[in-house]
Design a protein around this ligand. Structure first.
Ligand code: TIU
Length: 217
């Protein structure tokens, strides 16, 4: 069985039951001049993941293992956006440099050019931070007999953490790749990764992508 050097212990996975999750690598969060930057965030902290994720996708696409991309966003009429979320994110639905912010079908809502999904890959649109809430993700994973998830994307302490915590409760083993997840806040990146592997891997495992690529190449 392939084994990756990881914290807190080596991560073992089966090539027939493992999927790659790429969370919210959207223009709204990553592009200079976009929504994320307009909130005062340093997008360079997220953009450092683009290179490693590109390399990982190249290697993963040469295998038969599934790839699932997610996008956070809402219907144009915002009917799937809770008023409480809108209250603390009043820019959602407003027109920014890349179209209406976090609205499905807008340029900014879509995945960055470098990591665009291929036609055979799954894209899950989600209204929340977690990838299971109000989506078909559970059914998609059951259909492909997925037991383990390699988790990447942004942001580490928000959508990645919410998804990993819930995946853990649902019985999935999660490997989070430190160089392929990013936070606008370096201290949250560090703490977020430590929280996953602490206490014997309370939520899962943490590794670097080259160690995984070596196992699937
Ligand atoms: N995808 C995701 O993490 N959504 C966010 O809103 N993240 C922030 O860090 N703001």
């Amino acid at each position: 069985m392939p084994t990756v050097d990881a914290k807190p212990t080596p991560f073992e996975f089966d090539l027939d039951t493992t999927a790659l999750l790429v969370i919210d690598m959207q223009r709204d969060f990553l592009l200079p001049g976009g929504f994320g930057e307009s909130l005062g965030n340093d997008v360079a902290q997220l953009r450092r993941t683009i290179g490693p994720l590109g390399e990982l996708l190249k290697a993963w696409r040469a295998t038969n293992m599934p790839i699932i991309h997610t996008r956070e966003g809402h219907k144009p009429d915002l009917s799937d956006c809770p008023p409480a979320k809108l209250k603390r994110g009043p820019m959602i639905g407003q027109t920014g440099n890349f179209g209406r912010i976090l609205i499905q079908g807008e340029y900014g809502h879509d995945i960055i050019d470098e990591l665009q999904p291929l036609p055979n890959e799954t894209v899950v649109d989600k209204p929340g931070k977690g990838a299971f809430y109000a989506t078909d993700l559970q059914e998609i994973l059951e259909k492909s007999n997925t037991k383990s998830l390699v988790v990447t994307g942004v942001t580490t302490e928000v959508c990645v953490h919410t998804t990993v915590r819930e995946a853990n409760d649902r019985g999935y083993e999660c490997l989070v790749l430190a160089d392929c997840v990013g936070s606008y806040f370096p201290e949250f990146q560090q703490a977020g990764l430590r929280m996953i592997a602490a206490q014997g891997g309370i939520f899962g495992w943490v590794a670097e992508s080259p160690a995984l690529i070596e196992e699937i190449a």
